[in-house]
Every structure is written in C-alpha cells, then in structure tokens.
Design a protein around this ligand. Structure first.
Ligand SMILES: *[C@@H]1O[C@H](CO)[C@@H](O)[C@H](O)[C@H]1NC(C)=O
Ligand SMILES: *[C@@H]1O[C@H](CO)[C@@H](O)[C@H](O)[C@H]1NC(C)=O
Ligand SMILES: [Cu+2]
Length: 321
C-alpha cells in the first residue's frame, strides 16, 4: 500500500501540469455568451473578444512580460470586441472545476487610445482595478478566499463595469491568483470591450499601473505562506496591486464626502509586510492598509491603522483603504 501510494505520488508529479491549471475560457454580459480563445487549438480562424493566450500554465514571476494578458500583448488576427454597457455585469468563466481555492480574485480595466483596442499592445496600457476579493473569512491557512468563492460560483466571477467609467475602448483583465505554493501562480486573461453609456470619472495616476509593473515579487500578497503557524491565526491579507478605482463598488471615496486621500497613499503595500500577529484581543485600529476589516462571516479586528478607514468592497469583504 505504501509502495502504491509512493507510485501514485510519482505519477501525479509527472503528469502534464496543464491538468491542474487553466484560464478564462468564456464570458457573458447582458445575456450574450462570448466563447474565448482556445489556446491549444490552431490560431487560424479563431475569432473571439478574448485576446489570444498561449498556455494553461501559471505565471510565477511578477516581472514576466506576459503578465498583462498571458500572452505577448497582441490582438488576434480576427479580433472581436464586445459592446458592454457601463453599470452592467460581466462574468468570466474559468475551466471547470477551477482547482485552486486559496488566493484573491482581481479585475482590471485599461483604456486603449484611439477608436479600437485591436492592434494595441496590452503591455503599453495602464490598468486600474475595478474589483478585488482577497481573504473573505477565516484565516490565511484555512479561510475562504475570493478564488474559493469563484469556484463555488460555477468557477466564474462576475463584476460590474462601474457606471462612472468613461465610455471608450478597453481591455478587461480577469485574474485569479493561487497561493497554495510559492512562487504564487498568476492566471490573467483579457478581453476587448467597448464600454457605452459611461460616466466621467477617469482613473487617477495612483490607481493606474502597467503589467508587468503593477506587482512585485516581494509583494506581501504574493509571498504569503499558507503553511506557517502564523497563518493559522492571521485573518488579514494584503491584496496585490493598486488601490481600487474610486468609482468601483465599495471603493473608499464614493459620494461619501470623505476627502480624497487616495493621491497621498503609496500605490503598493509597504514591503515590511508586518503581518499583524492576530492576537486574541486585537485592539481597534490594528488592521494594516489593504487588510480585511469586515464582511459577512468575518470576525476579526475591524479598526484600521491610521490614516486608513474601513471601506466596504462587497458584502463579503471590507478593506482598510
Ligand atoms: C478548516 O475549516 C473548516 C471549516 O471552515 C474546518 O472544518 C476544518 O477543520 C479546518 N481545518 C483546519 C486544518 O483547521
Ligand atoms: C457554468 O459555467 C458554464 C461554463 O463553464 C456554463 O456553460 C454554464 O451555463 C454555467 N452555469 C450556470 C448555472 O451559470
Ligand atoms: Cu494549477
């Protein structure tokens, strides 16, 4: 039996790694279904709103030149664009069943110059984050993550195009990050959309990043180790990337009248990565920037360290911003 188990272990270690990975295979918006690019089919004749992508394997380096859209940045020969209304929901579907429940979900937009994204290299664009979900409840070691919610939701993630986003041509970048092993595994894919009926809240500089550039290999959100003793009590997780776009649902400065402090904030978490040792009675004001401070099922500390305030991202997640 032991020998058999050992044999199994060897066999599974040598299986094609694509079996355990994947990416975004399709999208839906307003009742329309958009089949994505098929990375293992011939590119010839493929016509989809999704940007071509090359592999089910994860990206494991934040400086990888393919980090924008899991490809060389170019559009397809027969590239399509979906028309999407601002304020509408768009869903990305990963392969079934997505195997990695530990890690965040992130969604970005990048506006293209000119009248179409076709022909625009994704590596030249500036991205802003319209949606994020990190550790939703529980601990780093054994909690519910954005990726777990994605799996529970038919291996799909639905986000709302903010109604404040200016109309125009964009790439939308859905990303899931898997933290079960290090280096972290990043799975981004992009699609071309034309947003109609938008608003006038352009993203500001502190909300905009390039890919690569938006993450660093030392980001606390990419180096977190699920298997330490600290992880069994730690209930906060710093989601990588820039602060949420102000117009995103639950972002810190909506119409609330709080002064727009966004410009003064650093664009990435400090590298000190001081994972607050979740003591048994955490004082108010102990949650670091980007840490979780509320949401359904969350029972950890709710006060943010100065000068950040607890901002609702969605029903499951509030964050210090
Ligand atoms: C993880 O959490 C689940 C409930 O969410 C619990 O049943 C299980 O025992 C936990 N496992 C560990 C190793 O703590
Ligand atoms: C679940 O996702 C698949 C695509 O992976 C899709 O065909 C199916 O309609 C989805 N089911 C529901 C209930 O949304
Ligand atoms: Cu995998």
């Amino acid at each position: 039996m032991i020998a058999f188990a050992a044999l199994l272990a060897v066999a599974s270690a040598t299986l094609p790694t694509a079996l355990a990975h994947g990416g975004v295979l399709a999208y839906s918006n307003a009742g329309n279904w958009y089949q994505g690019w098929a990375p293992y089919n011939s590119p010839t004749g493929q016509t989809t709103i999704q940007r071509p992508w090359a592999t089910y394997n994860p990206i494991q380096d934040a400086t990888d030149p393919t980090l924008a859209c899991n490809d060389d940045g170019t559009s397809g020969a027969l590239q399509l664009t979906a028309t999407v209304a601002a304020g509408s929901k768009i869903t990305a579907y990963w392969n079934q069943v997505w195997p990695h429940p530990y890690g965040p979900q992130l969604t970005y937009l990048a506006q293209c110059p000119g009248s179409t994204c076709t022909g625009v290299n994704a590596n030249t664009l500036k991205w802003f984050k319209i949606d994020e979900a990190g550790l939703l409840s529980g601990t780093i070691a054994n909690g519910t993550w954005g990726a777990g919610k994605m799996i529970a939701d038919n291996s799909s993630w639905t986000t709302t195009i903010p109604s404040s986003v200016p109309s125009g041509n964009y790439l939308i970048r859905f990303e899931t990050i898997a933290l079960h092993s290090l280096p972290a595994q990043l799975y981004p894919e992009c699609a071309q959309i034309q947003i109609t009926g938008g608003g006038s809240l352009a993203p500001i500089d502190s909300e905009l990043v390039t890919f690569p550039g938006g993450y660093s290999n030392s980001d606390p959100g990419l180096t977190v180790n699920l298997y330490t003793n600290d992880a069994k009590t730690q209930t906060t997780y710093p989601i990588p990337g820039p602060p949420l776009y102000r117009g995103a649902a639950g972002a810190s400065s909506g119409s609330g009248g709080s002064s727009p402090t966004t410009t003064a904030k650093p664009t990435s978490p400090t590298t000190s990565a001081s994972s607050p040792p979740a003591s048994s009675a955490p004082a108010a004001g102990s949650v670091a920037q980007y840490g979780q401070c509320g949401g359904q099922g969350y029972s950890g500390p709710t006060g943010c360290v100065s000068p950040y305030t607890c901002s609702k991202v969605n029903d499951y997640y509030s964050q210090c911003l």
